[in-house]
Design a protein around this ligand. Structure first.
Ligand code: FAD
Length: 242
C-alpha cells in the first residue's frame, strides 16, 4: 500500500477483514468499505472459535508466526483494556500423560523459552494437579498468561473504529461478482455495484470461492472438516461435549 488515498473495498467482516479495514482507515490509506454477506460481523470462524489468545508455545523460534503471536498477544491485551472488553488470563497447561510424550513436551518447552513465552514453567504431576485438579499427567508446561477473550466483541469494537474513522461496514452485502475495470475493480454485492481502486479479500473459508470470481484457478481448494470440542462440567467433574 503506497499511502495514497482512494477507495478500498474489503470482502469479509471476520476479524481479519475488520482488522485490516481498521488499520487502513486509521492510517488514512483511503475510503474503506467492508462488504459482509451476513447480517452482522464475526458470524463465522471469528465468532465460533475457542477464544484463546495464544502465547507462542508452538511456533518455530524466529518464524514470522512466532513473532506475530507474541506481538499480537500484547496488542490484543492492550486493545481489550482500552475498550474495556473481557480479557481473562486463565493460563494454559500442556500435559504429558506418559513417558512417550516427554520428548514432545521438551520440544515445546525449548520453543516457548526461545519465543519468550512470559512466565512459562515446567511442572511435575503434583504441581499440575494443584493448578488443575481435573488434569492428570507426569509433567506439564504452564503458560500463565495465555488468555481467553471474546473475539466477536473485539471484532464489533474494531468495526466501530472503522466507522468512526469515516469508513463503512456493510452487513447484508454478499459479494457475487468481481471484475477488473481499468486499474481498479467493480464489485457486485447486495444488489449494488461498488467501484474500488483496490480490493482486499478476507473471506475466510470462502476465500477460494471469492478468488474464483476473478478467475483464480480451482486449486488450491479449501476443504472443511469436522472438529469436536469439550467443556469441563463443574457439576459432574467430567468432560462433556460442547
Ligand atoms: C474451531 C476453531 C477454533 C479456533 N480457535 C482459535 C483460538 O482459540 N484462538 C485464535 O486466535 N484463533 C482460533 N481459531 C482461528 C480463528 O478463528 C481464525 O483464524 C479467524 O477467525 C479467521 O478470521 P477470518 O476473518 O479470516 O475468517 P471468518 O471469521 O470466517 O470471516 C470471513 C468472513 O467473510 C465473509 N464472507 C465469505 N464470503 C463472502 C462473500 N462472498 N461476500 C461477503 N462476505 C463474505 C463471511 O461471512 C465471514 O464473516 C480457531 C478456528 C476454528 C475454526
Amino acid at each position: 500500500m503506497d499511502g495514497s488515498s482512494g477507495t478500498i473495498g474489503v470482502v469479509g467482516g471476520g476479524i481479519v477483514g475488520i482488522a485490516i479495514a481498521r488499520a487502513l482507515a486509521l492510517q488514512g490509506h483511503g475510503q474503506v468499505t467492508v462488504l459482509e454477506k451476513e447480517d452482522r460481523v464475526a458470524l463465522h470462524q471469528t465468532g465460533h472459535n475457542s477464544g484463546v489468545v495464544h502465547a507462542g508455545i508452538y511456533y518455530a523460534p524466529g518464524s514470522l508466526k512466532a513473532q506475530l503471536c507474541v506481538r499480537g498477544r500484547a496488542m490484543v491485551k492492550e486493545y481489550c483494556q482500552d475498550k474495556q472488553l473481557p480479557y481473562r488470563e486463565a493460563g494454559k497447561l500442556v500435559v504429558a500423560v506418559d513417558d512417550s510424550e516427554l520428548a514432545a513436551l521438551d520440544v515445546l518447552e525449548q520453543r516457548s523459552r526461545a519465543n519468550d513465552v512470559p512466565g512459562l514453567r515446567r511442572l511435575g504431576s503434583e504441581e499440575l494437579r494443584d493448578i488443575e485438579p481435573h488434569a492428570a499427567g507426569i509433567a506439564a508446561l504452564h503458560s500463565p498468561h495465555t488468555a481467553v477473550v471474546d473475539y466477536a466483541a473485539i471484532t464489533e469494537a474494531m468495526a466501530g473504529d472503522v466507522r468512526q474513522a469515516g469508513g463503512a461496514v456493510l452487513p447484508g452485502h454478499e459479494v457475487t461478482a468481481i471484475r477488473r475495470d481499468g486499474g481498479g475493480v467493480r464489485v457486485t454485492a447486495g444488489g449494488a455495484e461498488f467501484a474500488f481502486d483496490r480490493l482486499v479479500v478476507c473471506a475466510g473459508l470462502q476465500s477460494d470461492v471469492v478468488a474464483g470470481f476473478i478467475g483464480a484457478p480451482k486449486s488450491p481448494k479449501i476443504l472443511p472438516f469436522r472438529g469436536e470440542y469439550w467443556t469441563l462440567s463443574a457439576a459432574t467433574s467430567i468432560w462433556s461435549a460442547g
